[in-house]
Design a protein around this ligand. Structure first.
Ligand code: GAL
Length: 336
């Protein structure tokens, strides 16, 4: 009887040690991983440029490390419940880690719950979860930027334009009459850029007066339509157009082109992102300047984090800006 118990116990211990060594093996470096990515809108210019850099850097990392990294990308098409299904599908498809560009940054609960339950880490990117959400599990990360910095730099570019060129105050009344084209309401970048860009310009000693603001949802055609109406209403009273991103600044330029207003009669137009088309517009002097939202830097941070979390099983080598958050710095791009 006693012997039987000992035998059983030995078997249990043996099994436990087998399982332990099995578990240890799992934590060793992997030779292949699968990454699932879901984006809020794959047609967004900035996001598609970011994904282009991401794919290149994944290929480079795989080549340099010898780890096979496969990537599956899904488009949520502005729909949070579609994105929740994207996440379930990618976990079912065997993804080891997910990169999530939230549709609704206030609604990550369902995604966090399922990922946690299935033990699949998440890197949120570009659309920042609200405070406290990342604290819900230690395998949740965020890669993005500091929205205040982008707004401040946009304000600095405007201040520099009006300091170097006092004649840009077309009516010479000592006040800058401006139009603000805003991104999606509720998006951290839209809220903060709108506020900080103008307060920076005012803090630099300029009097400012808002003529009109309009929401363009990051989209060039929407900004074009809104700007057409604003030009019709305010004409050459407009001295400055601040757009929360380059695509909307380009929409404003489209409206000036369609109204056949020559370059020298247009206001100062400033964007944010430094997309390929945005930089061309700066070179052509259609846009005075833009703030570079570093796609390569953000893609690199995501790839490094994926590798650390899913291959090495250890993120101690990552230089976090805050707890499990990486913020990539912006820089200014000015034609002059
Ligand atoms: C911002 C970017 C916008 C748009 C948005 C989407 O950071 O400046 O152009 O891509 O993210 O979340």
């Amino acid at each position: 009887m006693k012997n039987g118990v000992v035998k059983k116990l030995t078997a249990v211990i043996l099994l436990a040690s087998l399982c332990l060594s099995g578990c240890e093996k799992k934590e060793e470096e992997k030779t292949s991983i699968k990454v699932g990515v879901t984006v809020y809108d794959s047609h967004d210019t900035f996001i598609s440029e970011l994904m282009g850099d991401f794919n290149e850097l994944v290929t480079k990392k795989a080549y340099e490390s010898g780890v096979a990294i496969s990537v599956e990308v899904m488009n949520a098409g502005w729909n949070q419940s579609t994105q929740n299904s994207n996440v379930e599908d990618m976990i079912d498809n065997g993804c080891d880690i997910l990169c999530v560009n939230l549709v609704d940054r206030t609604a990550p609960t369902a995604i966090i719950d399922i990922a946690r339950q299935k033990n699949v880490p998440i890197i949120f990117f570009n659309r920042e979860p609200v405070e406290g959400d990342l604290d819900r599990w230690d395998h949740l990360y965020y890669v993005g930027t500091d929205a205040r910095q982008s707004g401040a730099m946009q304000g600095e570019i405007a201040a520099e334009a009006f300091t170097k060129h006092p004649e840009y105050d077309r009516n010479g009344n000592g006040e800058i009459e401006y139009v603000m084209i805003e991104g999606e309401s509720g998006h951290q970048d839209a809220i903060v850029r709108t506020e900080v860009s103008i307060s920076k310009l005012a803090d630099s000693g300029f009097k400012v007066k808002k003529l009109q603001s309009a929401i363009g949802n990051w989209l060039r055609p929407q900004a074009f339509t809104k700007m057409e109406q604003i030009i019709a209403e305010y004409g050459d009273e407009i001295e400055l157009v601040m757009a929360n991103n380059d695509d909307m600044a380009l929409g404003a330029i489209d409206a000036y082109n369609s109204a056949k207003i020559p370059l020298e009669k247009r206001p100062v137009i400033i964007g944010i992102d430094g997309t390929d088309a945005g930089v061309v517009a700066v070179k052509n002097k259609e846009m005075y300047g833009t703030v570079f939202n570093d796609t390569k830097g953000q893609a690199e941070a995501m790839v490094d984090l994926i590798y650390a979390e899913s291959v090495l099983g250890n993120t101690s080598g990552i230089d976090f800006s805050e707890d499990r958050v990486i913020r990539v710095p912006h820089s200014k791009i000015v034609g002059e």
